[in-house]
Ligand binder design. Structure first.
Ligand code: LLP
Length: 418
């Protein structure tokens, strides 16, 4: 479900032809649809209509562009942040501090202080020592930090190993069989209002079963904590819902996810918190690129585009699939490899893939690039940092500039002894 479609033979984002953006901003460039963001934000919220108390914290790591955050803030979303930098963005976008959840397995003391001073709504604690330090830092400032304990439920999320987080051997959360003891000790501390628990088992989940298993475990754990006399008012169920990258990915519909959540959590009597990222932003963006060359290969030609692994890292990092589509498709197809200009064989977006016929100078997009796209970009090979554009109806704006190689060079120094 997105707002990228052919109009008169040309791919548009909402009412804006992509060739116009390419001509005016240049390529490569990320293009986001404000209305896809809104649609997805509403679908996720509507899916949870049978849950009494819901707090939505968009996982801004998926796409932290401030204009994107602004769109989601006006949809009533708070933020899930994992660094001082993300916290600053959420606040700059006008998200109230109380609606921000501070997650992350390696929050520094400086970041904890920043969060306490900003009045962040909830800290998701990942280990006992972090809870102790957070309590001390808050108490020393005459404050009480609201927090939940992240529990590792030891569930196999059935996703790519690099984005799986809920197995016992992963670095996240405290082991479920140690969690009650840790909760008991932390709940005694001044400076800390330990009010619940959190889980997040992984990302790009295409199946509800592991989520359901994890939620059941956490429900049983909440009952155990209550039986021990603890007051539990909040449970953070994390993010993780997948999106369609290729036709045979069929992610759970947010409505089905919401129905499952409502069924499992019916008697929990807590505020349920969610941290969706990809499901909100994934299909709201494309990476627009120009074909530089079509180079003959041994079996199939190489389509060399001006976007590379530094702009969209997911194929190189996770062997991820991103659909490739011509901006002016002719209806003819070809089988090709698609690669970028970076000097690594890993800079390959697709191998032996059937795609629209393209030739040098043609425009094309990698689809479903709105989440974990621009945010993971680098300047490897001294390439400029990729810019971002937001489309809203028939308007668009550049919402992140292209940072030139010269600007990046200007931040470097040669010491005077060289
Ligand atoms: N909450 C926590 C604690 C997380 O670690 C994550 C994602 C989320 C929420 C949001 O998950 P989502 O709803 O987006 O699945 N770079 C990888 C994805 C890394 C996800 C990390 N954590 C990729 O490109 O696939």
């Amino acid at each position: 479900m997105d707002h990228f479609a052919l109009v008169n033979g040309e791919l548009h984002c909402e009412a804006v032809p992509l060739s116009r953006i390419a001509a005016e901003v240049g390529t490569p460039v990320y293009v986001y649809s404000a209305n896809t963001l809104r649609t997805q934000a509403r679908r996720f919220r509507d899916g949870l209509k049978d849950v009494a108390r819901v707090h939505l914290a968009y996982a801004i790591k998926a796409n932290p562009n401030i204009a994107v955050l602004k769109v989601l803030a006006s949809e009533g979303y708070g933020a899930d942040v994992v660094s001082g930098g993300e916290m600053a963005r959420a606040l700059a976008a006008g998200m109230p501090a109380k609606d921000i959840v501070f997650s992350g397995v390696g929050k520094t003391r400086a970041e904890l202080v920043k969060g306490i001073e900003a009045g962040i709504g909830q800290f998701n604690i990942e280990l006992e020592e972090e809870g102790v330090v957070l309590a001390e830092l808050a108490a020393a400032r005459g404050k009480t930090a609201s927090a939940v304990l992240r529990v590792n439920p030891d569930v196999d999320a059935g996703t790519h190993a690099k984005i799986s987080t809920g197995k016992r051997e992963n670095k996240f959360g405290v082991a479920i069989d140690e969690a009650a003891g840790i909760f008991g000790r932390l709940s005694q501390l001044d400076g800390l209002n330990l009010r619940g628990v959190a889980i997040h088992i992984g990302s790009q989940l295409l199946n509800l079963a592991p989520l359901e298993a994890a939620f059941e475990r956490i429900g049983a754990f909440v009952a155990e904590l209550r039986a021990a006399g603890h007051t539990i008012t909040h449970v953070d169920l994390g993010g993780g819902l997948g999106v369609t990258y290729k036709d045979d990915d069929v992610p759970p519909d947010p409505a089905d996810f919401g129905a499952m959540v409502a069924r499992i959590t019916r008697d929990w009597d807590v505020t349920l918190m969610f941290e969706p990222g990809r499901v909100i932003a994934g299909n709201a963006g494309v990476l627009l690129t120009e074909v530089i060359w079509v180079k003959p290969g041994v079996t199939n030609p190489y389509v060399i585009v001006d976007a590379a692994m530094n702009d969209l890292a997911r194929p190189a990092l996770y062997d991820a699939w991103h659909d490739f589509a011509a901006v002016h498709p002719t209806g003819q197809r070809m089988v090709a490899n698609i690669a970028g200009p970076v000097c690594e064989t890993g800079d390959t977006f697709a191998r032996d893939r059937e795609i629209d016929v393209v030739k040098s100078g043609d425009l094309a997009v990698f689809r479903t690039a709105g989440a974990y796209g621009a945010t993971m970009a680098s300047t490897y090979n001294s390439r400029p940092l990729v810019p971002e554009v937001l489309v809203d109806g028939d308007r668009y704006a550049v919402v992140a500039d292209r940072i030139s190689a010269e600007t990046i060079l200007a931040a470097e120094r040669v010491p005077d002894w060289l």
